[in-house]
Design a protein around this ligand. Structure first.
Ligand code: AI9
Ligand code: AOF
Ligand code: ZN
Length: 364
């Protein structure tokens, strides 16, 4: 690893410490190095607050003169909630700027780099670019599609079952896995399940971290016939906000009852295969939802898979075997006739949580 990679790795680790806290903004880390000594570091902590570069320059002070700036995302060039970092960099006195990856935000998209280059400052782009893009996969997806980043997460036994044939599923995975799921919930804007899971598990879908803290994502329930029980845990909005996705012609009196309990509704037209999920995703993004943790169940998983709306897979596998002719599998209802119609993914990593493993995969 050369010096540039060393300092960029540090900037990436700094950025990653704010993962899930800066939505809808990306996470960004900045490191200023002068004569081989780190003179300033900065991270973007929250949308609307100063950017990473601002913190780093404040800390570096006059050491910025003749220094090198390492930043995990191209310095911004627009007036969002904060002034453009590219101007700050131009006036800072730095001699060299190393950028991990360009900012795909159409407001920036290379303009930040040009402003800095035009000022005669040496700029290098692409150091640890893959790592930087993976870290901001959610933000990059938002900028390229104007849709939330959808993570399909489920827990299954070694023989691929979500529950026994009686529907019993508590628990498939152990404490460590379930804790990591709550860490995921803390990071995402919304969690989405189908009415089937609500009826089967009566889940709370809240974030419960033993260390406390953590925020509750917005709970989105796909319920086109409005079958949700009035006493379901997800209807208790004191815990977390709940959005029910249903049809305009769902029973009005039940909708009124639920509205009185603080439930909000999104109406999405039904097409031949069910609710129009692409339209739903676009609508959710307009409401500021930048990522969705899809927690099933098997029918909803299958419909998102069929629509090509899954952007990342987090699959927990427990060292258990259930068998069962009718036991639920992760994408029930998604059926193809021959292997060449299979949906391909690429495995990107395997981690262990207690006795379980978690596979991370991406659509091909
Ligand atoms: N059954 C299992 C899971 N089950 C996930 C269910 O779909 C549902 O999200 C849970 O019941 C959520 O409950 P609550 O929100 O915590 O009250 N998920 C897991 O990671 N492991 C399992 O063993
Ligand atoms: N967080 C971040 C950047 N984020 C960029 O700026 C946009 C948000 O601008 P604003 O609304 O002013 O916060 C965001 O969409 C992304 O393009 N840029 C940077 O130079 N450094 C940072 O630390
Ligand atoms: Zn900026």
């Amino acid at each position: 690893m050369n010096d540039d990679q060393y300092y960029m790795k540090l900037a990436l680790d700094l950025a990653a410490s704010a993962k899930g806290k800066t939505n809808p903004n990306p996470v960004v880390g900045a490191v200023i190095v002068k004569d081989g000594v780190i003179a300033g570091t900065g991270i973007h902590r929250k949308a609307g607050e100063p950017h990473a570069e601002v913190h780093a320059f404040k800390m570096a002070g006059e050491y910025a003169e003749g220094a090198t700036l390492y930043v995990t995302l191209e310095p911004c060039s627009h007036y969002g909630k904060t002034p453009p970092c590219a101007n700050l960099v131009r006036e800072s006195g730095v001699r060299r700027v190393v950028v991990a990856t360009q900012d795909p935000n159409p407001e920036v998209a290379g303009r930040g780099i040009s402003i800095i280059k035009d000022a005669g400052i040496e700029v290098e782009v692409g150091v640890l670019e893959k790592e930087a893009q993976r870290l901001n996969e959610r933000f990059i997806h938002n900028m390229l599609t104007d849709r939330p980043f959808v993570i399909s997460k489920y827990a299954m036994t070694l023989d691929g079952k979500l529950a026994t044939h009686t529907g019993h599923s508590k628990w498939i995975t152990g404490e460590d896995s379930r804790h990591s799921v709550h860490l995921l919930r803390d990071e995402v804007d919304a969690i989405l399940v189908g009415i089937g899971t609500v009826l089967a598990d009566d889940p709370s879908l809240t974030t419960r971290l033993p260390e406390g803290g953590g925020k509750n994502p917005i709970r989105i329930i796909l319920d086109s016939e409005l079958r949700v029980p009035l006493d379901a845990k997800v209807v208790q909005v004191s815990d977390a906000k709940t959005l029910i996705v249903t049809q305009e012609n769902a029973p009005a009196d039940k909708m009124d009852l639920l509205r009185e309990k603080g439930i909000e509704f999104i109406f999405v037209p039904k097409n031949e295969t069910g609710l129009n999920l692409k339209a739903l995703m676009e609508e959710l993004y307009k409401k500021g939802i930048t990522d969705v943790l899809l927690e099933g169940g098997s029918e909803v998983n299958a419909s998102f898979l069929r629509e090509g709306l899954i952007d990342k897979y987090l699959i927990y596998i427990a060292p258990k075997l259930l068998g069962g002719r009718n036991s639920l599998t992760p994408y029930t209802g998604m059926n193809v006739d021959t292997m060449d119609e299979a949906m391909d993914v690429s495995f990107s990593g395997v981690e262990t949580f207690g006795e379980d493993i978690r596979i991370t995969a991406y659509p091909k």
